[in-house]
Design a protein. Structure first.
Length: 255
């Protein structure tokens, strides 16, 4: 029996509130000075400039975002550092603020909350337990490692990774065009949030997630379970083709 909408919303909302409180208290008084201050950590000023440049380019000349106004006379200078386009798009309304640090602080604090929510969705998809997923999401968002890297936005706001894995597993469990589009959008968000996450070796993460999800479905529904929940032939083809033989030809580590 399907739970009422508000009952299903309660656990992720509680996760978001706890993560927001933890992020705000751990970085206080940043939440009070969103447009006028930054943390003294890592590459905050470089990140603020990157977000400001990406937003400026997206609003004026979207096709020229790669030619950042730095490292003259080199071309495509925006690719010399980590890509933060996902975070720039997420905080695009802050582009009209006078201070570029507002987008940075929004991306950081909202990103920590999104880490909790997206990890909740992934854990709930894997376990089917709302409150276990709420604990998992909170621990992922408020992990000490994250707060050691608040100056590196691609680490502190790594929410696209659990979001992509959640969307991918939902599509593999019950394929549809809508879920395929959502998983594709999640993959794009991962790639445009950090160049480090699109290396070929990262294909192992996707492969392992597919296999674990497949094993979980077999334990849940058994051999006679619903056809919609069984592993379809498209999964085997994707694993054998994209992450198998073709992956080896493309230099992807499939061991």
């Amino acid at each position: 029996m399907r739970r009422p909408f508000f009952e299903r919303l309660f656990a992720p909302a509680a996760t978001a509130l706890v993560c927001a409180a933890g992020a705000g208290l751990s970085t206080w008084p940043l939440a009070r000075e969103m447009g006028t201050a930054t943390l003294r950590s890592g590459e905050v000023l470089l990140t603020a400039w990157q977000l400001d440049w990406f937003q400026h380019a997206l609003l004026t000349r979207p096709g020229a975002w790669v030619d950042a106004n730095i490292f003259f006379p080199y071309h495509r200078a925006a690719t010399f550092n980590d890509l933060l386009l996902t975070h720039a798009v997420l905080t695009l309304p802050a582009a009209w603020a006078e201070s570029p640090v507002l987008a940075l602080n929004l991306a950081l604090l909202a990103g920590i909350v999104l880490c909790g929510v997206c990890a909740y969705l992934l854990a709930e998809e894997l376990t089917g337990e709302r409150w276990s997923a709420a604990v998992a999401g909170t621990l992922f968002a408020l992990a000490p490692f994250r707060f050691l890297h608040l100056g590196h936005l691609s680490i502190a706001a790594a929410w696209p990774v659990p979001f992509f894995l959640w969307a991918l597993l939902r599509h593999l469990g019950q394929p549809s065009w809508g879920r395929a589009a959502l998983a594709s959008a999640g993959g794009v968000a991962v790639g445009l949030s950090s160049l480090y996450r699109v290396r070929p070796r990262r294909a192992r993460v996707v492969r392992d997630a597919v296999r674990r999800h497949d094993a979980l479905l077999r334990r849940r529904v058994g051999a006679g379970g619903s056809p919609a929940l069984r592993r379809g032939p498209h999964v085997a083809r994707a694993e054998a083709g994209l992450l198998g033989g073709q992956g080896e030809k493309a230099g992807i580590d499939t061991e």
